[in-house]
Design a protein around this ligand. Structure first.
Ligand code: AMP
Length: 624
């Protein structure tokens, strides 16, 4: 709880392309402008021969100093050098990345004439220091604490690295808040939904390089993320690229000069064309046409060209369509009809594009979109509200606020036959504790090995392995009798604890899965969700196989028990007895070597045994 006179806690949206800082003051949220008077600051750090620039100053010199101007640190943070995302972006980033110690990607720049290496955390820490300075200057105090937002899909490692960056910037992190939750909080407070009954939000977040759709419910101040989907490689930069491509080919047609030739002057020309295109794109959100003018673009040729909004829309139509598909997919995940959405919230600078707004509004049958809060400020706005609540400030609505997020992929353990037993299904709100009972699969089984996985596939080994532990000292009992309860517990910060307990002895063991390497990134999550659909048939076949095998195994097990019963043995002739013992022996052997047999083969085997056993029963009479 905050004390009187203490510096207020701030909310920081640490964005991929822009960052924003806000504070709760004078009974409302105030977005804090930087020294240039801008309400958002480019997430950009530049190194020169004489100094280091952060924010607008860094971005303003990018065309002249591309190799030493670092942006997109959020795409690097918490990832390894050989991560596919890092490798992919390395092809387009003008700055250099090398593999550092233990596989960490390091940015290489020349600073004050020397080569320097920086980890993504260090770049993010510089950005956070800058946002802290902006707040300090505005509030005339030394800010100590902040709520910092992260994408909903950020894994433990990425969250932990963001926390480390904040600590290095001298900020105590009150909470890492998911970006869509922050936007919902902003509108929840704005529309007083925190006091009303249930309100369903769709958060459409189209920023500079990422796109996220989230469905969130606010029920009497309690926030619940129902579903999230999106694309980590889609955003304003794609629209810029399309415009650059358009102007490059126009320049080529007009002057027969190709600036994509990868020479140094070509690269510089592309950089300047990109800056001009981005500016033109923003203008096209309010004007129906604009022009770009770049002096001495290439080979001392000046370039100027007009572009109409309609042309911009035509160049990007397939991307807009893709965004709408994601909206539909997210609604399907949540099993929501579009009519169930009460508020459609726009977040991210690219939602200013009129075509995006129109398509969204048309899809929601003309519904008014929530635009009251600037789309590039809504996330910081929500973070500031939560910062106020967590430091004991704010009005009644702020104090009533509660927040919960969801599990992005199902969590479970591996049962017999590599079957994924889901304990916490995907999209379950956190914090959460869920339990499941399990039994031994062998007679007198002394221990159970619990392997924990995350993913949507029904075969455990197709999912991500998170960790394992053993529960020992189980009571001596036939299979299926000794019972243990496995419990999955996820706290507010998304940290997973798994433990198992044997009920009669109270014997217990477990693991905590914190920022393990195995917890997965958003790309992995998206890939796995796609895979899970693609492999659904294969998975079902595997499940059927395991079911058939288990059923046969149980059948043989029961035959074996019955044949050991003296009362049954007495009813069978010596010849029949030998034959039955032999049948069971052979069946056990068959089971040992046919674990991966096809379902129909297992079913045939069971039929065969059933036939022999029925014959046997007809001789000795039904015996149960
Ligand atoms: P964000 O990361 O949410 O700050 O979004 C930044 C992205 O929004 C960048 O790609 C900007 O070019 C884009 N953007 C900002 N303002 C506008 C605008 N008026 N029209 C179109 N795109 C914009």
């Amino acid at each position: 709880m905050g004390k009187k006179g203490e510096a207020p806690a701030i909310g920081i949206d640490l964005g991929t392309t822009y960052s924003c800082v806000a504070v709760w003051q004078n009974n409302r949220v105030e977005i804090i402008p930087n020294e240039q008077g801008n309400r958002t600051t480019p997430s950009c750090v530049a190194f020169t021969y004489t100094e280091r620039f952060i924010g607008d100053a860094a971005r303003n010199q990018v065309a002249m100093n591309p190799a030493n101007t670092v942006y997109d640190a959020k795409r690097l943070i918490g990832r390894r050098f050989n991560d596919a995302t890092v490798q992919g972006y390395m092809k387009v980033w003008p700055f250099k990345i090398i593999e550092g110690e233990s596989g960490k990607p390091m940015v290489v720049v020349t600073y004050k004439g020397d080569e320097k290496l920086f980890a993504a955390e260090e770049i993010s820490s510089m950005l956070l220091s800058k946002m802290k300075e902006v707040a300090n200057a505005y509030l005339n105090t030394d800010v100590k604490s902040a709520v910092i937002t992260v994408p909903a899909y950020f894994d433990d490692l990425q969250r932990q690295a963001t926390k480390d960056a904040a600590q290095a910037a001298g900020l105590n992190v009150l909470r890492l808040l998911n970006e869509p939750s922050a936007a919902a909080i902003a509108y929840g407070i704005d529309k007083k939904a925190t006091l009303r009954g249930k309100t369903n939000f769709l958060i459409f977040d189209l920023g500079g390089g990422t796109f996220d759709v989230s469905l969130i419910t606010i029920n009497k101040g309690r926030h619940k993320v129902i579903a999230v989907d999106g694309d980590t490689h889609l955003g304003g930069e794609d629209f810029d690229n399309r415009m650059v491509e358009h102007f490059v080919s126009k320049f080529n047609r007009m002057y027969n000069k190709d600036i994509t030739n990868k020479t140094q002057s070509g690269r510089k020309a592309l950089g300047r064309l990109r800056v001009a295109s981005e500016r033109a794109k923003r203008i096209l959100s309010s004007a129906v046409f604009t022009s770009i003018e770049v002096d001495c673009l290439y080979d001392r040729v000046d370039f100027s060209s007009k572009i109409f909004r309609a042309k911009f829309e035509e160049l990007n139509m397939d991307i807009f369509d893709k965004c709408m598909e994601t909206v539909k997919k997210c609604l399907r995940y949540a099993k929501w009809e579009k009519s169930m959405v009460d508020e459609v919230v726009l977040v991210g600078g690219s939602t200013r594009i009129p075509k995006v707004q129109q398509m969204l509004q048309d899809f929601f049958d003309g519904k008014d979109l929530c635009k009251a809060i600037n789309p590039d400020e809504a996330v910081a706005y929500g973070a500031a509200v939560l910062a106020a609540k967590m430091s004991g400030k704010g009005n009644r609505m702020v104090k009533n606020l509660m927040c919960s997020d969801v599990v992005p992929l199902s969590l479970g353990w591996e049962s017999y036959g590599e079957v994924m037993c889901v304990v916490i299904p995907k999209n379950t709100p956190i914090p959460v504790t869920m339990k499941m009972n399990c039994v031994t699969t062998d007679d007198n089984q002394y221990s159970i090995l619990f392997k924990v996985f995350q993913g949507e596939r029904s075969r455990s080994t197709d999912n991500i392995f998170l960790g394992e532990f053993v529960l020992n000292n189980l009571p001596i009992a036939p299979r299926g009798v000794a019972e243990a309860t496995i419990c999955f517990d996820i706290d507010d910060d998304g940290i997973l604890k798994v433990f198992a307990e044997e009920s009669t002895t109270g014997n217990r063991n477990g693991i905590t899965i914190t920022h393990s390497k195995q917890r997965i990134s958003k790309e992995d999550t998206q890939r796995m969700l796609k895979d899970s659909k693609r492999y659904k048939d294969k998975d079902e076949e595997h499940t059927k196989k395991v079911d058939a095998y288990t059923s046969l195994d149980n059948y043989v097990y029961i035959m074996d028990i019955k044949l050991k019963d003296e009362r049954i043995r007495k009813r069978l002739s010596g010849e029949d007895l030998t034959e039955m013992d032999d049948v069971v022996k052979k069946a056990k052997k068959w089971l040992d070597i046919n674990e991966i047999a096809e379902t129909n083969v297992i079913a045939d085997k069971k039929k065969e045994l059933h036939w022999v056993w029925s014959m046997c029963e007809s001789v000795m009479g039904q015996f149960t």
